[in-house]
Design a protein around this ligand. Structure first.
Ligand code: ADP
Ligand code: MG
Length: 485
């Protein structure tokens, strides 16, 4: 039975890495920039000629380089289609009206001299949580400034902080920067308890109403000290509200019930966008970003979109891809942005369905490469066993044979080998992320099930991206490469 990994549909046909041939172009210099792929054999008879996510090399002699300026572009304001929240912040999120109304209700006490409520905001990535909370708190800040209410919003992005300790040091820094401006150092060498009292001191020094946003707080995992203590801290003369945001739904389930009830006075869910909402989001971002592209009615941006640049299928296809993956607006915007850039780089004046398909393949491939680059040792070795089998002509291999091979690898680099059962879990993880495919068949008569694994990416893609760990590098150089000739 085929597994439903996130890249499954895409990876089926993924055995190319060849650059598009230079296109006949309206711009005089367009052909002088060549994308060169380092590892790719020509793929004969492949429909279309997709982009590569691998190396892009530009001939560097001045003569061959395109010059800047004087080129026509389909873009009017490129930032508007940039998915990076630092580059562009939407000025409204009509698709999140009801979620932002709930937040409004939690924060409104601040406008009446009372303490705003704590709130817990959750939903998958790319659902407008971060921008939504920023928009709402900025609106509240404007109101408070106008009325002369002392209100301060502190935003801590907790991504990558795997301990309450780290979050607390960043919170101290952020609170100090509220008072003294940017450039404060992270405190170091303190106990958690000391940090907590430093936080309380800073809150008291600021005074008034303080809203602390802990974004992507799921990073701290089970170490929930800060979430337990902060809502219980009672700084003098401060009306404190904490907004926790998480991308990981399980994190909310796993929270201690005390934590959950104190932090989640209000719980606000950002459910995944559906394809229609994604169409509207893309239409609104495309209008203004692209030349001759406008929406007639802001309440129905997609239905009233008029564009000389986008062909009719572009937005529906990009939305369908994103909706099928996870309803992630960031992915949808990335996809449309990449498709538009492909068209623009080729000097074309319209973006077509083909550009969207190319962009989709390109982004998925880049994601798989990043996934391979970040594999931990055991999963990396598991991937190498299947790669080795492929190189030596055994396209499809059973767990037991792969585990034997794995033990040889471990002997070679002096690593402790894990059991066959745990090894199989590693192979299954790789199948879940679309790097391998798995085929399960029963042997019948109580003999149990056999799993067979096959590489879903090219051998070169594995070898080129799986090099961070030097022990893996040793296996590649000593065992796999010699077999390739
Ligand atoms: P989350 O915090 O839920 O992961 P973000 O708030 O960072 O998601 O949003 C991801 C990207 O999608 C950002 O570039 C954001 O501007 C954009 N985005 C999300 N929702 C909308 C929307 N309703 N309209 C326009 N852009 C949106
Ligand atoms: Mg976010």
């Amino acid at each position: 039975m085929p597994l439903a990994g996130p890249y499954r549909p895409f990876l089926r046909g993924l055995h190319w890495t060849y650059p598009r041939p230079p296109v006949a172009s309206q711009t005089p210099f367009a052909n002088h920039s060549h994308r060169v792929v380092l590892d790719a054999p020509p793929s004969v008879g492949q429909a279309g000629s997709p982009r590569t996510a691998g190396f892009i090399v530009t001939r560097d002699a001045g003569l061959f380089m395109r010059s800047f300026g004087g080129e026509e572009s389909i873009f009017e304001d490129m930032d508007r289609l940039n998915p990076n929240t630092q580059t562009y912040q939407p000025e409204s999120l009509p698709e999140r009206e009801s979620e932002l109304d709930q937040l409004h209700s939690a924060l409104r006490p601040a406008t009446m001299g009372s303490t705003p409520l704590n709130a817990f905001v959750f939903g998958q990535p790319g659902q407008g949580k971060t921008v939504g909370i920023r928009l709402k708190t900025a609106q509240l800040q404007d109101f408070a400034d106008e009325k002369g209410l002392g209100l301060h919003v502190v935003h801590v992005r907790c991504k990558g902080m795997d301990k309450s300790y780290h979050v607390m040091t960043h919170l101290v820094k952020a609170l100090r920067e509220k008072r003294f401006g940017p450039g404060e150092e992270l405190p170091s060498g303190h106990q958690k308890k000391t940090l907590l009292s430093m936080i309380i001191d800073e809150l008291e020094a600021i005074g008034g109403t303080v809203i602390v946003i802990l974004d992507e707080i799921d990073a701290i995992g089970a170490d929930d000290y800060i979430l337990y203590e902060l809502p219980r801290a009672e700084p003098d003369d401060v009306r404190l509200s904490i907004i926790g945001i998480t991308n990981d739904l399980q994190f909310r389930e796993g929270l201690d019930s005390d934590v959950r009830s104190s932090l989640g006075e209000d719980e606000i869910e950002f459910a995944p966008y559906d394809a229609n909402q994604l169409r509207d989001i893309l239409a609104r971002r495309a209008a203004g970003a692209l030349r001759d592209t406008d929406t007639g009615d802001e309440a129905q941006p997609f239905a009233t979109l008029d564009s000389a640049v986008l062909t009719d299928e572009v937005i529906p296809l990009a939305s369908a891809f994103a909706a099928q993956d996870s309803g992630d607006a960031r992915e949808a915007i990335k996809l449309l942005f990449r498709a538009c850039r492909f068209a623009d780089d080729d000097g074309e004046s319209t973006v077509t369905e083909e550009h969207v398909r190319e962009a989709h393949e390109y982004l998925e491939r880049a994601a798989v490469e990043r996934g391979i680059q970040s594999l931990p040792l055991q999963r990396g070795l598991a991937l190498l066993t299947v790669t080795h089998a492929t190189i030596t002509g055994n396209k499809v291999s059973e767990t037991r044979d792969l585990h034997d091979l794995y033990q040889t690898f471990c002997d070679n680099i002096d690593a402790n080998a894990i059991s066959e059962r745990r090894f199989r879990d590693k192979l299954n993880d790789l199948a879940d992320s679309g790097i391998l495919s798995k085929d399960t068949s029963g042997r019948g008569q109580g003999l149990g099930q056999t799993n067979r694994y096959e590489l879903e990416v090219k051998v070169e893609t594995v070898l080129d991206n799986l090099t961070d760990d030097s022990r893996i590098g040793d296996v590649v150089e000593e065992i796999l490469r010699p077999r390739m000739d």
